[in-house]
Design a protein. Structure first.
Length: 270
């Protein structure tokens, strides 16, 4: 009997899967089909045997495509859904069984969440997340971080900040922003080192290295990395090389700490 092939230990904690149909009304782009098998092969070749599938904003709270991909992955991967707040316990339990471990709020996308609607929805999401051990993931502008600090205090759930918490070089000396970052970290939040090209930076993203180091001082071992594949900010035929969005972590933190970041998903998404 042939033994199963061991998967690489690394985690790519922010990828999306797409097909061309089913986008939400008002979606700001039409996705190119990107099946799970495509990113699996690329990620494994670069040391990542596990993926975290994040619900893209263009599908709203219809998580069916992502859940289908998770169910076919033999428990190798995990997922982060978008909830509308009216899901039944049976639906939530089925999501958990498929590998879902978090719920996402997107305060940046044109078809994401609004600040006005978020408090009420967060209360409903918290009721779903707490008994299942889920976290809440935030894609937000740095100006919104003080409000997210308050929400974290109120709901008592682990928070995960997408894409370096939205930090750009413009916030390097912004005391209020860093006070919020520190407050979130001190309360147990995690942060994703990802989405460099969303942060007013260009390859090889050297301008972000001081921010990554400062974030590392705040969050310690509660950092994960994500490629943000398939890089929807780029034309489909001009995607950045997979390694090019990993190397900023290595350059900022060094090989040893970077490898710990790449394996930390095993703790956050267990």
């Amino acid at each position: 009997m042939t033994s199963p092939v061991a998967l690489p230990a690394g985690w790519d904690c922010h990828v999306h899967v797409f097909d061309a149909a089913g986008t939400a009304p008002g979606a700001h782009y039409t996705p190119v089909p990107r099946p799970l098998a495509q990113i699996e092969s690329v990620a494994q070749a670069h040391g990542c045997g596990h993926l975290v599938l994040v619900q893209p904003s263009v599908y709203g709270s219809d998580n069916s495509l992502m859940l289908q991909a998770l169910r076919g992955s033999a428990d190798r991967h995990r997922g982060v859904v978008v909830l509308h707040g009216g899901e039944s316990d049976a639906e939530l339990d089925a999501m958990h069984a498929a590998g879902v471990r978090g719920a996402r709020f997107n305060l940046v996308s044109p078809v994401g969440s609004t600040l006005e609607a978020t408090p009420a929805l967060l209360q409903r999401v918290a009721l779903a997340a707490k008994p299942r051990g889920w976290h809440v993931q935030w894609y937000a502008d740095p100006s919104q971080l003080p409000q997210i600090v308050e929400w974290q205090r109120e709901c008592g759930l682990p928070f995960v900040l997408d894409h370096l918490a939205g930090l750009t070089a413009a916030q390097a000396d912004d005391a209020a922003t860093w006070d919020a970052v520190r407050a979130l970290a001190d309360a147990g939040a995690w942060i994703k080192l990802s989405g460099w090209y969303r942060l007013q930076a260009t390859a090889p993203y050297g301008a972000l290295q001081p921010l990554v180091r400062r974030v590392a001082e705040c969050f310690g071992d509660r950092m994960v990395w994500g490629s943000d594949w398939p890089h929807t900010s780029f034309a489909p035929q001009a995607l950045p090389a997979y390694a090019s969005v990993w190397q900023p972590v290595v350059r900022a933190l060094g090989e040893e700490q970077a490898q710990r970041v790449r394996e930390a998903g095993a703790r956050l998404y267990a």
